[in-house]
Design a protein around this ligand. Structure first.
Ligand code: PRP
Ligand code: MN
Ligand code: MG
Length: 178
């Protein structure tokens, strides 16, 4: 997009790190008896969150990735979730944690969890750093959520606006100035 904008900090890097520590204590409790937890990151938005998350998990894990895209470069969900890259490994009979940056309309994580559940994992849970419940279009709730946020266009910590700003260390909100 060519509209001018600035980014205002909404959730600091420090607040994110503190919340991840809390969440990881809960996840470690839940999967404490696992032989191996397959941690599945949804590309591309989750790449920062999953990196911080797995380093706080005191569990035997394996990392895999799946790419599902609904937004492309647009600001609106296409509501049509496409699998652009599937998992490398099989998850039948395994413990699986799906890691996502944000749940907005819910189409992406809803579609992906249905797909993965059809492969009959032993346990399947999901975690999203951010949740925008006011935007939900399908009945979906993640098992763990970092922060519930209002309906603002957010970027940073993996989240893009037209593929930019994923490398910001904090969550910021986009404010259009032009
Ligand atoms: C974004 C975001 C979530 C999804 C959430 O991904 O990273 O995956 O949209 O929206 P929803 O709940 O309305 O489906 P995007 O499709 O932009 O791909 P990206 O992760 O590569 O940026
Ligand atoms: Mn995404
Ligand atoms: Mg995106």
């Amino acid at each position: 997009s060519d509209r001018a904008y600035v980014i205002d900090e909404m959730i600091s890097a420090k607040a994110i790190a503190a919340r991840i520590e809390e969440l990881c204590r809960n996840i470690t409790d839940e999967f404490g008896n696992t032989d191996k937890l397959v941690v599945v990151g949804l590309l591309r938005g989750s790449f920062v969150f999953i990196a911080d998350l797995v380093r706080e998990l005191d569990l035997p894990i394996e990392v895999d990735f799946l790419e599902a895209s609904s937004y492309g470069d647009a600001m609106e969900s296409s509501r049509e979730v496409r699998i652009l890259k599937d998992l490398r490994g099989a998850i039948e009979g395994r413990d699986v944690l799906v890691v996502e940056d944000i749940v907005d309309t819910g189409h992406t994580l809803n579609h992906v969890t249905h797909l993965l559940r059809s492969r009959q994992p032993k346990r399947l849970k999901s975690i999203a750093l951010l949740d925008k419940p006011s935007r939900r279009e399908v009945d979906f709730r993640s098992d763990w959520i970092g922060f519930e946020i209002p309906d603002e266009f957010v970027v940073g910590y993996g989240i893009d606006y037209a593929q930019r700003n994923r490398n910001l260390p904090f969550i910021g909100k986009v404010r259009f100035t032009g």
